[in-house]
Design a protein around this ligand. Structure first.
Ligand SMILES: Nc1ncnc2c1ncn2[C@@H]1O[C@H](COP(=O)(O)OP(=O)(O)OP(=O)(O)O)[C@@H](O)[C@H]1O
Ligand SMILES: [Mg+2]
Length: 151
């Protein structure tokens, strides 16, 4: 699936919309340059799940844990940012596989290209910027059932 976004709120709203198709155990791997909008998309996903905390890239802690809900059912979300990870050894130290394999949680992973552990079955979101337009993004989503308004 391919979408066009022309603003941060567009990207947020796409995240909010696709979140309805997520369930515990899912891995969402996000790919895209610095400032492309990975966190904006995750903020939309977390808004759908009524997360109260302020959703920001967990750059120093690597992992943020949010307690969200859907129709009053609690949903655990791990927001993981691998930007600062430099080796598979470091991934091991933060217990990345344990988070990845936690079937009770939805895992949202920024800079997923920093690891080879993302399974092929993961939902993959790639955000591409446009050198001619600061606000334009091409967003490709793989391994998710079609959602409306594909552009
Ligand atoms: N169409 C768009 N979608 C998302 N963000 C946009 C868009 N147009 C402009 N922006 C701006 O791009 C920036 C995206 O920042 P964001 O923190 O979401 O990126 P990121 O991919 O998480 O970056 P990082 O790799 O540093 O974590 C924001 O400043 C936002 O206002
Ligand atoms: Mg980010």
């Amino acid at each position: 699936m391919e979408f066009k976004s022309t603003s941060e709120s567009d990207t947020f709203n796409l995240g909010k919309k696709l979140a309805g198709q997520l369930s515990p155990g899912d891995i969402v791997a996000l790919y895209g340059d610095l400032g492309s909008g990975k966190t904006a998309m995750i903020q939309g996903i977390c808004d759908y799940f009524d997360v109260d905390e302020i959703v920001v890239s967990p750059t120093f802690t690597i992992v943020n844990r949010y307690e969200g809900k859907e129709k009053n059912i609690p949903i655990l979300i791990y927001h993981i940012d691998l930007y600062r990870i430099e080796s598979e050894k470091e991934l091991k130290e933060i217990g990345f596989s344990e988070y990845l394999n936690d079937e009770s949680a939805i895992k949202l992973i920024e800079w997923a290209d920093k690891t080879s552990l993302i399974p092929d079955s993961a939902i993959k979101i790639t955000i591409k910027t446009d050198k001619n337009n600061d606000n334009f993004r091409k967003i490709t989503i793989e391994n998710l059932d079609p959602i409306l308004n594909e552009a």
